[in-house]
Design a protein around this ligand. Sequence first.
Ligand code: ATP
Ligand code: MG
Length: 253
Amino acid sequence: MIDTDLIPSNHPRAKSLAIRHLLTNGFNSGLVVSEGLIAHGRGEAFDYLIGEKTSTFALDAIKAASSLLLLAEKPVISVNGNVAALCPKEIVDLAYETSSSIEVNLFYRNKKREYLIEETLKKNGANVVLGVGQKEFLKIPELTSNRRHVDPEGIFLADVVFVPLEDGDRTQALINMHKKVITVDLNPLSRTAQNATISIIDNIVRSVPELVKTSRQLKQKSPNSLLKILNNFNNKYNIDNSLKIIRGLKCEQ
Ligand code: ATP
Ligand code: MG
């Protein structure tokens, strides 16, 4: 186990090193798979390019995402190993603020990891965690990986699914099932970011706490004002401008 106290607080990359340690600790405890570490590395590269801060475009996407979750009839938050290692408490808080269910969904599914993620979420305050155990899972059409197995009471029935750090194939399959999909993905060019209904181009460790805060504020508003926020949001504009930040180009505000 690596001791995060070893990172000097004045180290220029202290934050991103601390995030790495959450991942490596998750790997050592069995939450995260080795492929998850590599996926994080891809995300880190994009985070470096966007300046390791949440852009105004990401903040707009977060507002729209909160509105969509609050307006949904059956919102579900999908959790994989990296998400459970990086922000378990904030995911539970978001589920509480938006009355969403939480479902474990793994690319590399095995019972041990399912239970480990469930345990992590429960330690952080979750009551019910779907997608775990012996029950009969249903299959998302068109997908061949283990990720096609979904809980019949969760993602299968959901109208809105929040799938942070998701794979492109599954995002497309969920869209094909007429679900609205929200993602957090640092890569604006990934198939997930390109195909989701709302793409938050930001690091999950920054955006999920912001989603919690925003949902807490927006749930005081009327459904009509939430609809207005949603209707004013344009995901293509959001992605295009996030890409401009990465390319060092001037953005339209
Ligand atoms: P896609 O399948 O959508 O085309 P991909 O195959 O490039 O994307 P995956 O491994 O399927 O990538 O998904 C992981 C995604 O999560 C990557 O786009 C990566 O940039 C992003 N990512 C990794 N770590 C983080 C993080 N901490 N915050 C936000 N996004 C992240
Ligand atoms: Mg992929």
